[in-house]
Design a protein around this ligand. Structure first.
Ligand code: ACO
Length: 323
């Protein structure tokens, strides 16, 4: 018998404001056509005034709890994967804890940029398997609209805001790849690539700063590393791309998503794609895609899922789970 971190519920929150690509044509030398063909993005959501990472995270968490049929008191921990917390501290996770009226358990943020949700799943899995908690809310939430340079056409058109959440619960499995829950994790980072993707502000500068990216280089690393990490995670449990029901990738660029699926031998029909509607929501993109995939009727109980992501750091990784 093996302890498995099994998904009990999923939910998401998107801000109401939809911004189509054409909205950037007024202020930048860009076009809907360029953005669609180079990225697959058609629109994104931006948070309203007063809407923050923690308020969106709390709403996604409420929806995941509802789907699980649980109350906040029945959860032992909250992990928020984010690079855009409301404040330097306290953590967005403790703000979510407070918004949910949770007075027990523990809450913390985890920062691995676009790979944040994959890192958070691996961390929650370790806590559940170690018996440190019985149920954990794992949330990805971002407000990248607050850290964009609106004069830089090569970055500001790519990102969006939103939040997604899962409730993970420790359950007993047979110890085989047929079990529901998290089956394998593969994490990597290499700080030698720190200058490819970063925010040029923070505590050391006294201002929040804006996102800077060498897009072409990040693209090259993504195509090279994502299929490798996904295959390494599948290999841990003796599986391959042929066994996968759904790839639920980080939603940064449709060309990266297609290239990764192709390298893994998985047809695009078995990939959950939301980048056209959400843009790149960094750590929120995978839980948003999981929740959307369930809403669309794509992801069903028992399906074998691969989640994979790469982002600033560089940090990347993959988690295999049976829904
Ligand atoms: N509109 C029109 N032209 C543009 C735009 C735009 N919005 N942005 C860039 N261009 C121009 C460039 O200036 C360049 O012009 P030049 O040839 O005259 O210099 C030309 O388009 C091609 O630029 P590239 O950067 O080579 O374009 P590319 O096809 O690589 O697409 C993109 C750029 C979309 C950024 C792509 O490289 C990409 O998706 N990179 C990966 C991003 C990513 O995955 N990030 C994930 C992590 S994000 C995180 O962790 C926060």
């Amino acid at each position: 018998m093996t302890t498995r971190a099994v998904v009990r519920g999923v939910g998401h929150y998107l801000p109401a404001k939809v911004v189509p690509n054409a909205a950037f044509e007024d202020t930048l030398d860009t076009s809907d056509e360029w953005i669609r063909t180079r990225t697959g993005i058609e629109r994104r959501r931006f948070a309203a005034e007063g809407e923050t990472t923690s308020t969106m995270a709390a709403e996604a968490a409420r929806r995941a709890l509802d789907a699980a049929g649980l109350t906040a008191d029945e959860v032992d921990a909250v992990i928020v994967a984010t690079s855009t917390p409301d404040l330097t501290f306290p953590s967005a996770a403790t703000m979510v804890q407070s918004a949910l009226g949770m007075r027990r358990g523990f809450a913390f943020d985890l920062q691995a940029v676009c790979a944040g949700f994959v890192y958070a799943l691996a961390t929650a899995n370790a806590l559940l398997v170690a018996g440190q908690a019985r149920r954990i809310l794992v949330i990805g939430a971002e407000t990248f609209s607050k850290i964009l340079d609106w004069t830089d056409r090569s970055t500001c058109v790519l990102f969006g805001d939103g939040a997604g959440a899962l409730v993970l619960e420790a359950q007993t499995g047979a110890g085989t790849a047929g079990d529901r829950g998290i089956l394998a994790c593969d994490l990597h980072s290499d700080g030698a690539f720190r200058d490819l993707l970063y925010v040029d502000g923070g505590v050391s500068t006294g201002r929040t700063g804006v996102l800077r990216m060498e897009g072409r280089e990040v693209f090259r690393h993504a195509v090279e590393k994502l299929a490798d990490t996904a295959e390494a995670a599948l290999g841990q449990i003796g599986l391959s791309g042929a066994d996968v029901d759904w790839i639920v990738p980080h939603q940064a660029n449709l060309r990266i998503i297609k290239a990764t699926a192709q390298r893994m031998g998985v047809p695009l029909e078995r990939v959950v794609v939301t980048v056209q509607d959400h843009g790149n929501t960094s750590a929120a993109s995978i839980p948003l895609a999981l929740s959307t995939g369930v809403e669309r009727g794509q992801i069903r109980q028992g399906d074998l899922l691969v989640t994979e992501a790469i982002g600033g750091g560089l940090a990347w990784g993959a988690v295999i789970l049976r829904w």
